[in-house]
Design a protein around this ligand. Structure first.
Ligand code: SIN
Length: 475
């Protein structure tokens, strides 16, 4: 903690009690702070209060809600350095990336403050004389969000800001690995004037227990989850009992394709950003690289040279590009995957070293073929398998041969190919000559087993609204 001075938000996490959950720094597994483990009774009580508060909140004007959200945005921006430090301490990502995430997270608050005022209904041409038909939009009610450790702030604001803007209340269950950012950002919402009962952050030693409670609770009308496909599937089954609205942002297996007419330096730059952001622990990370035969060697040379420039280290140190993995379990499973891929015939082109602690050197594997396990696995770490391809139509089949459908990327200068390939890739998001596609103004989400629902953009607030149809007769 020698790097941290005067972080008032962090100071709130010193209280250790019999029931607290310790939060660890992935850099050295030291304790960063503590949060309370709430009992089931406590959580039920908070849901009851949330329900009462929501009934009042839904009757406020959109401009009132926007004013509070805008104030929240200002406070998050003002405290961005403190928030970024907390994030790096509990999550491990380099401080510059953490700052980037705070800005990204804040952008959803501002965006949905604006969208609050645009939840329009329709008037519908009536099918008979003497009738008027219309629709209005109403908030769903009490919502629950279960959020992951890889983006401790942005995944919360991307759900909570549209929910609050729409007139809903929020129960947030952040990952037990990274809850401090969640509590800190909620504290800023209260300081912005948000009534406390509209936003509760809850944790328990057992995330499974909390998930179970939220999924089965009658008063929770919507569950939004970001995390693995496996957990999403289990949550969906549990929400079936109460027929809840759900949004699922699940796993990905993004192909990153470099065609032989691509701008290779631009593709290398995009590949580095897409693959090694957050040490590769991102659902939209490039997961498998397909490089066309004629430029394969040139791309690999330039890519490896760029990878060798990445500094691995503690996120609070300047010049760190790649931080630690979240924990030793994550590291062990990635090391096992590298070893399997090498046994299956791939070549270790760069990296693979077992650095100490939770650190892993950025790794490039070449001579990878589409039948290897790594091609069907969401790696969630700084490992880049590179596959050689010749033919475009066969390439598209390989790209689409996955249960996932979140992000995809390709590099080409051919405009016809750009449209043709974008149309045939079975993914919710496509980056063309671009490795970073996330922004609050565009709809983020997947198809196939990467889930459903869209976050951000004009679509994001719809996830928290019901459409009511009203028919006036006998006019
Ligand atoms: C994610 O990994 O789930 C989110 C990444 C992003 O928003 O860019």
């Amino acid at each position: 903690m020698e790097y941290i001075n005067n972080n008032e938000l962090l100071a709130a996490f010193n209280n250790q009690t019999d029931h607290s959950i310790a939060v660890y720094n992935p850099h050295d597994d030291s304790i960063v702070g503590y949060i309370p483990s709430l009992s089931i009774e406590d959580i039920n009580h908070k849901i009851e209060r949330s329900k009462v508060a929501q009934q009042e909140w839904q009757n406020t004007t959109a401009s009132h809600r926007a004013t509070i959200l805008n104030k929240w945005f200002e406070l998050v921006t003002e405290h961005s350095d403190e928030l970024a430090q907390i994030m790096t301490l509990e999550q491990g990502k380099p401080l510059t990336e953490a700052k980037g995430e705070v800005v990204y997270g804040a952008s959803f608050i501002k965006w949905f403050a604006e969208e609050a005022k645009r939840t329009y209904g329709d008037t519908i041409p009536a099918p008979a004389a003497g009738k008027r038909l219309m629709t209005t939009k109403q908030p769903i009610g009490v919502t629950a969000s279960i959020t992951p450790w890889n983006f401790p702030i942005a995944m919360i604001t991307r759900k909570v800001a549209p929910a609050l803007a729409a007139g809903c209340s929020c129960i947030v269950k952040p990952a037990n690995q990274t809850p401090l950012s969640a509590y800190a950002i909620a504290e800023l919402a209260y300081q912005a004037g948000l009534p406390k009962d509209l936003l509760f952050v809850i944790n328990n030693h057992s995330s499974v227990l909390v998930g179970d409670l939220l999924c089965h609770h009658e008063d929770i009308k919507k569950l939004s989850f970001t995390g693995s496909t496996e957990v999403g599937r289990a949550l969906l089954k549990q929400t079936a009992d109460t027929i809840k609205r759900t949004s699922m942002e699940l796993g990905g297996n993004a192909p990153f394709v470099v065609f032989d007419d691509a701008d290779i330096p631009a593709a290398v730059q995009g590949a580095i950003a897409s693959k090694f952001r957050n040490a590769g622990q991102t659902c939209v990370c490039a997961n498998r690289f397909y490089v066309q035969d004629a430029i394969y060697d040139e791309f690999v040379d330039q890519f490896v040279s760029a990878v060798s420039q990445l500094n691995v280290g503690y996120g609070l140190e300047v010049d760190t590009h790649v931080g630690p993995l979240i924990d030793s379990k994550a590291k062990d499973s990635i090391l096992a995957l590298i070893s399997t891929t090498l046994q299956q015939g791939a070549k270790l082109q760069y990296g693979g070293d077992k650095l100490s602690g939770n650190y892993l050197q950025p790794t490039v594997l070449t001579d990878v073929s589409s039948n290897m396990d790594i091609v069907q696995t969401e790696i969630f770490g700084p490992v880049a398998p590179v596959i050689r391809f010749e033919d475009e139509s066969d390439l598209i089949k390989q790209c689409n041969d996955t249960i996932y459908g979140l992000a995809s990327y390709f590099y080409t200068k051919d405009i016809q190919r750009a449209f043709r390939v974008a149309d045939t890739l079975e993914f919710g998001m496509v980056g063309i000559n671009e490795g970073i596609i996330s922004t609050e103004v565009a709809p983020f989400g997947g198809i196939k087993q990467s889930g459903f629902g869209r976050e951000g953009a004009k679509q994001g607030i719809e996830e928290y609204l019901n459409t009511k149809y009203i028919c006036f007769g006998n006019l």
